[in-house]
Design a binder for this molecule. Structure first.
Ligand SMILES: Nc1nc2c(ncn2[C@@H]2O[C@H](COP(=O)(O)OP(=O)(O)OP(=O)(O)O)[C@@H](O)[C@H]2O)c(=O)[nH]1
Ligand SMILES: [Mg+2]
Length: 967
């Protein structure tokens, strides 16, 4: 029956307007739907009244403003029309909205699919105007002003950073969108059905509200389908929200909402600001919460302020220490942390992120408290929070998201995997392969990354192509990768004929069908170094044993930190091992006991070699003396009667002569290294005697004439007695100067972290954290180990930067090849440089040229001009005499500086002509620690620039993408 007149309830009358349902503002606890009261008009049959009766005007249904569906194509053409996404009315159970959103108009949002109990659908093509207050009921209750966005692919729930779903853009294209006829431009907040503010990115300031069912995934799907199909609105039940929140917790800046000020498709994203969370805003119902939230998409923080600023107060910079939310990645400063994360019942999560599963990339940091947290809270509190972080259900790895050999794990299998003696590190959701026999473990399609405990009853049969190998060689039924094959070859495992091996967990291997064990791959000490270089795993229990050349490569730095690889290369005697050793001392990478023992033996045998060279020189000088004497005698006393004194300045006692003969014989046979350390005890007294011997000292004074004696020999010969003793322990400097320490295999590898910079008062520790956030690996390789045409360079394909070392003093030095041809060493270095920079493996690699031995350059230039090298023929610097003198006083060595710049330029030109890239150059004196430190830091900086440039480009493109998607 159509009412002829209506008398609204007095309490609701002033605000009735176009409302279709009325909240009488009742007493608080009643459900919204039950609060609605209607007054019906009845026909007046009493006595005539003497005053004007208010008249209800009959409503023409046809004239009620309605929303009509609009095809997306037409919407896109006429972008000035505000688009309203359907709103689902949430009917809270037994709860009244805590606060109403502040709206400047009540009839502002239309929906095509009114699904709440208080608003019945008006048919497939009609939308009805709903008071927006319904939304506040559905508000999910943890708004705190944190900035998170929901991933577009699963964007059903918006949280924190109330950004519209990326998928809206798509949905607008694929659906009929609805134009709210009475949309109001001045909303003080854009509120999604979940009670959260939605910032419609793709429509910018168009007032969007997306239906985000809260109850459970099944219903969410229904709701979402309804959203996709507005005509089907009847079928959706009333959405109930598990949480309540006040919409006052947020407000959007008016400028973003004013259509006139902000063009509809403006690329500038709306700015949303939040007030501080009020504890009363946050109402959680724990029971519903975990099952609802754990199924939800993980929010992702979007940086609200400038780079490096706190996500809450928007202050600070990247140098300010911050704590990161393990869910959305939002970063908070010391002052904001507790306000943003509250009591941290699930560890370091924004209050809005509680209940969400964590970012898998941050799994490695679970339970590892930061310094900031320790400063902020007591030890007990930190312990408690970290305990919760590790143990709370929301942070656990979902077993079904881990598959091993094609089988998704059950909870029990995951437990087996995680609780075995040597579990996989960094286990994240994903597909893995597992070789049960050997314990090899890796990601599907990739080489092994770890050797875990063998024989675990986890996963199905391993697939031949599990690691995407293409070598035709099988290990335990898996076709191995190229790198593994390289490793086997270097371990001297015969791989001809494409064999199939059985490899057991202890490293013993046999060919398929054979009973006999052919060998043991881990018994070869070089293999561990090779594995470190190739980023292949080694068995956990052999990590620390006998890694003579590993030099700390296996030091257990935090696994979750990325590894940055520097490859140090250079021609013979360019100084690579000196730089490598310097880096070891610099970064405090200790030598193991074994290594120290080997170094001691090496230094002592070097000492005997130097002594041998001096003794050889003594013989030569003695002989020269004798010849001189004979000549003189012939002149002075011609005839047979002349008697010649056999003793010269260079003559030694018979005992020392015997020692000298023995030493020179051993050296000639090439067995000097073999007789140590046994020789030390026996021959140390001779060294002492020699050092006091006048002939030996006289020879030593003429050491410059001994071509074979390296300049470092002086350093050791002056302490010959001390070094020859059995009690000798090499100092750091001894190690630095010692020859041959890193070249036994020609391959050395160490891992290090850059030390933290000195503490600066205003610059806090993010920079310091940054320093330690990256592990570095320095690999040094001798060119002779690169094989013919540098074919083994392939092994180093994943290095981040190549440090190519050239000795500045090589320009006037020559070496003789086996055909007797003399080659300038600088030109030989250039040739190697060319080979390496043009090698296909190093295409597009970053190169840093280390011009070494600068300390010797000035002195050398005085004796020998740079133009001695044909490549430097046009070096002709104009050096002011005054400047020259002045700078010499200041030890600035201008000629050496000029020469350095000139040589650097020659290399840069060459590099650019061959690669079209830029060559970086650093000046080094390998024996001086600071210069090596500077060079390595420079290498790190170069990589940071590269990365920043890359990030910048990525950011740019993602901005462009977002921007273009909004137009
Ligand atoms: N004066 C001076 N001598 C250096 C410098 N760097 C290295 N040397 C010396 O030069 C010689 C060769 O240096 P190494 O570091 O052994 O050279 P390398 O590149 O390892 O060459 P190989 O020994 O052939 O592997 C050693 O005697 C070093 O002590 C430097 O900056 N200044
Ligand atoms: Mg060397």
């Amino acid at each position: 029956m159509e009412p002829r007149s209506s008398f609204p309830h007095p309490s609701s009358r002033p605000s009735l307007g176009k409302r279709h349902q009325v909240n009488n503002g009742g007493d608080g606890d009643d459900d919204d739907a039950h609060n609605v009261e209607y007054s019906f008009a009845i026909e007046y049959s009493g006595p005539p009244v003497g005053y004007d009766i208010p008249r209800a005007v009959p409503i023409a249904v046809d004239e009620i403003p309605v929303a009509a569906p609009v095809a997306s194509s037409s919407l896109l053409k006429d972008s000035s029309l505000p688009v309203i996404q359907p709103i689902k009315k949430s009917t809270p159970v037994g709860r009244k909205p805590s606060r109403e959103p502040k709206l400047s108009s009540e009839s502002s949002i239309s929906s095509s699919s009114l699904t709440g109990s208080g608003a019945s659908s008006t048919g497939p093509n009609m939308s009805r105007v709903v008071p927006t207050q319904v939304d506040s009921n559905g508000a999910s209750g943890r708004l705190t002003g944190n900035y998170c966005k929901v991933k577009s692919s699963e964007g059903r729930r918006s949280s924190g950073r109330l950004k519209s779903l990326d998928s809206q853009c798509n949905s607008c294209e694929s659906l009929d969108c609805v134009i709210g006829v009475e949309s109001t431009p001045k909303l003080s907040g854009l509120i999604g059905a979940s009670g959260k503010l939605e910032r419609p990115d793709c429509h910018d300031n168009m007032h969007l509200s997306v239906e985000l069912p809260d109850d459970n995934r099944g219903e969410a799907d229904v709701g979402f389908q309804d959203y996709m199909n507005p005509g089907n609105s009847e079928s959706t039940g009333s959405g109930s929200s598990s949480h309540a929140v006040s919409s006052e917790a947020f407000s959007s800046k008016e400028e973003d909402l004013n259509e006139e000020e902000t063009p509809c498709h403006a690329k500038r994203p709306s700015v949303v600001t939040f007030r501080d969370p009020d504890p009363s805003d946050v109402v959680l119902e724990e029971s519903e919460y975990s099952e609802v939230e754990s199924n939800q998409a993980r929010p992702q923080a979007e940086r609200p302020g400038k780079k490096g600023s706190c996500y809450r107060c928007l202050k600070g910079n990247r140098f300010i220490e911050k704590e990161v939310c393990i869910v959305c990645g939002a970063k908070y400063c010391f002052n904001c942390l507790l306000r943003a994360m509250g009591s941290m019942p699930e560890g370091r999560k924004c209050v809005t992120c509680i209940g969400f599963s964590i970012d898998d990339a941050k799994r490695g940091t679970l339970g590892k408290a930061s310094r900031m947290l320790r400063r902020l809270l007591t030890e007990m509190e930190v312990k408690h929070i970290m305990g919760s972080e590790i143990s709370c259900p929301a942070n656990q790895l979902p077993p079904e998201r881990v598959s091993v050999n094609g089988e998704a794990l059950s909870g029990e299998k995951l437990h087996i995997l995680q609780s075995c003696p040597n579990p996989p590190k960094k286990l994240n959701p994903g597909h893995y392969w597992y070789d049960r026999v050997s314990g090899f473990w890796g990601k599907v399609g990739q080489k092994p990354c770890q050797i875990i405990s063998p024989q675990l009853n986890v996963g199905g049969q391993i697939d031949r192509k599990a690691s995407n190998g293409n070598t035709d060689i099988l290990i335990n039924n898996r076709e191995i990768t190229k790198k593994e094959l390289l490793m086997l070859k270097l371990a001297r495992v015969p791989c001809e004929g494409k064999p199939h091996f059985w490899l057991s967990a202890d490293g013993s291997y046999q060919e398929e069908g054979m009973k006999q064990i052919k060998g043991h791959i881990w018994s070869n000490s070089t293999i561990k170094l090779v594995c470190a270089l190739l980023s292949l795993p080694t068995p956990p229990d052999s990590v620390d044993s006998g890694g003579d050349e590993l030099n700390g490569a296996n030091r257990s730095y935090p696994e979750h930190k990325a590894l940055c690889k520097f490859l140090l290369l250079g021609d013979t005697k360019s100084g690579t091992s000196t730089i490598y050793k310097q880096a070891k001392l610099l970064f405090n990478v200790p030598f193991s006991e074994d290594e120290r023992q080997n170094i001691k033996v090496m230094i002592q045998s070097n000492l005997y070699r130097y002594i041998g060279i001096v003794l050889e020189g003594r013989e030569q000088f003695e002989e020269e003396c004798m010849i001189e004497r004979r000549k003189k005698l012939v002149i002075d006393q011609p005839g047979p009667s002349g008697q010649m004194d056999e003793k010269t300045l260079y003559s030694i006692s018979p005992q020392l002569k015997a020692f000298s003969d023995w030493l020179l014989k051993v050296m000639a046979s090439g067995n000097l290294e073999v007789i140590f350390p046994a020789a030390t005890r026996e021959y140390a007294p001779f060294v002492e005697e020699l050092s006091k011997d006048a002939a030996f000292q006289a020879t030593y004074l003429r050491r410059n004439e001994l071509d074979m004696l390296p300049s470092v020999a002086t350093y050791f010969l002056e302490r010959a007695v001390e070094i020859s003793r059995t009690t000798y322990e090499p100092s750091d400097l001894d190690i630095l100067y010692a020859e041959g320490i890193t070249s036994s295999h020609g391959l050395s590898c160490m891992e290090f972290l850059f030390p933290k910079p000195p503490h600066q008062s205003s610059i806090e520790s993010e920079y310091q954290n940054y320093d330690s956030s990256l592990r570095h690996q320095l690999i040094r390789v001798h060119p002779r180990n690169l094989g013919e045409n540098c074919k083994w360079l392939e092994m180093f394909e994943d290095v981040d930067i190549v440090l190519f070392c050239v000795s500045l003093t090589d320009y006037d030095e020559f070496f003789e090849d086996k055909n007797g041809v003399l080659t300038n060493k600088m030109l030989a270095s250039r040739q190697l440089f060319e080979k390496i920079i043009t090698h296909p493996t190093f295409k597009d690699k970053t190169f840093l040229l280390l011009l070494n031995k600068f300390d010797m350059l000035e002195e050398k230039l005085e004796q020998s001009p740079l133009t001695k090298c044909e490549w430097f023929r046009d070096f002709n610097p104009v050096i002011s005499h005054n400047y020259h003198n002045g700078s010499r006083r200041n030890n600035n060595a201008p000629r050496a500086q000029y020469a350095f710049h000139y040589i650097a330029l020659q290399f840069k030109r060459l590099f650019n002509s061959l690669t079209d890239h830029k060559l970086f150059v650093s000046l080094v004196t390998g024996l001086e620690q600071e210069t090596v430190d500077e060079a390595l830091r420079y290498a790190r900086e170069i990589l940071n620039w590269d990365e920043e440039q890359c990030n910048y480009t990525n950011n740019e493109s993602s901005y462009d993408f977002e921007a273009s998607s909004s137009s």
